[in-house]
Design a protein around this ligand. Structure first.
Ligand code: ZN
Length: 309
């Protein structure tokens, strides 16, 4: 039995990278059992699998090594089925720009909450740092202060003067990395800097999958020249679309969750309950008002959604 990393799937065939670097074309042998997950695809890019080698660089997958995390996409129809988009992600990079275009605090916070829900580590990349005026640069530093305190690594990057790029390489090296960000933030050119010539399918396909059409495209890992991978996840626009049950939203705001034991009620939602430690912390400035606003906005969206569920 051998182990390998799933680089790509094309329906029933999986491209598995063996430990010696060779590519094995595998199929699934028998039935793979997955616990608690109903998915249309049993294996995704990023999965580590065990396979029986066969002649001509082929093999049969017999089991999946337990995942440390995975990202799913709900089916567009009303069934409860979901597609596993990618597994075992080491880092989610959210590429943001503070102006032209502006990435809102609400978008950043929803992304981070979703990353928490998926149990995937996240970093914020403040990109196009060469373009900001004094006021904008000060805004960046304020946000970096805020998110670093909560525990999210932040980077300052620019392709024009090259700052932060070596640091980013170090963070990506050896792992499976996933990028997200609004169009116009320079996300694609940043990825192209790390893997020259690579054109991710992510951008174009998300446009039409948004209109509700079914897509059968699969994710793929692209090798970084310095070791590690960038995951391309067609059809995934961002991480702002994850359903989080209303009562769990605050679990994904780290600094809120830490304060929960100090709230008078154990089931405090931090909205209008008396003796709420989170609201007190917002009043004293210990918790950022922008974070609290984002929290309330997610809470509202999720309650609305669950009404129609
Ligand atoms: Zn509270």
């Amino acid at each position: 039995m051998k182990r390998g990393l799933v680089i790509k799937s094309t329906g029933k065939l999986y491209h598995v990278k063996a430990d010696d670097g060779s590519m094995i074309h595998c199929q699934i042998k028998g039935k793979l059992r997955l616990k608690n997950v109903v998915t249309t695809n049993p294996i995704a890019a990023g999965d580590v699998v065990e396979y029986e080698p066969e002649p001509n660089s082929q093999g049969s997958i017999v089991s999946i090594v337990p995942r440390k995390n995975y990202i799913i996409r709900k089916s567009v129809n009303l069934s409860k089925e979901a597609q596993i988009v990618a597994a075992n992600i080491d880092m989610l990079f959210l590429v943001v720009t503070i102006a032209r275009p502006q990435t809102s605090a609400g978008f950043i916070d929803r992304f981070l909450a979703s990353a928490e829900a998926y149990e995937v580590p996240a970093s914020i990349v403040f990109h196009k740092m060469d373009q900001y005026n004094e006021k904008e640069a000060a805004k960046v530093e304020e946000l970096i202060g805020l998110y670093t305190r909560i525990g999210y690594p932040c980077l300052r990057t620019s392709l024009v003067d090259g700052r932060g790029l070596e640091e980013m390489k170090e963070k990506m090296q050896g792992g499976v990395n996933l990028f997200s960000g609004h169009s116009g933030t320079g996300k694609s050119s940043l990825i192209n800097y790390f893997i020259p010539g690579l054109e991710l399918k992510t951008a174009e396909i998300s446009d039409w999958s948004d209109k509700g059409q079914h897509t059968t495209t699969f994710s793929e890992l692209h090798a970084l020249p310095f070791g590690g991978y960038i995951a391309d996840t067609p059809g995934i626009k961002g991480f702002g679309l994850v359903d989080i049950p209303v009562e769990e939203v605050h679990h994904h705001f780290r600094e809120f969750f830490q304060l929960l034991p100090k709230c008078r009620f154990a089931n405090c939602r931090h909205t209008n309950e008396p003796g709420c430690a989170v609201r007190e912390a917002v009043a004293t400035g210990e918790v950022a008002e922008s974070r609290y606003k984002s929290y309330l906005s997610i809470l509202e969206d999720e309650s609305e959604r669950s009404t129609y569920r």
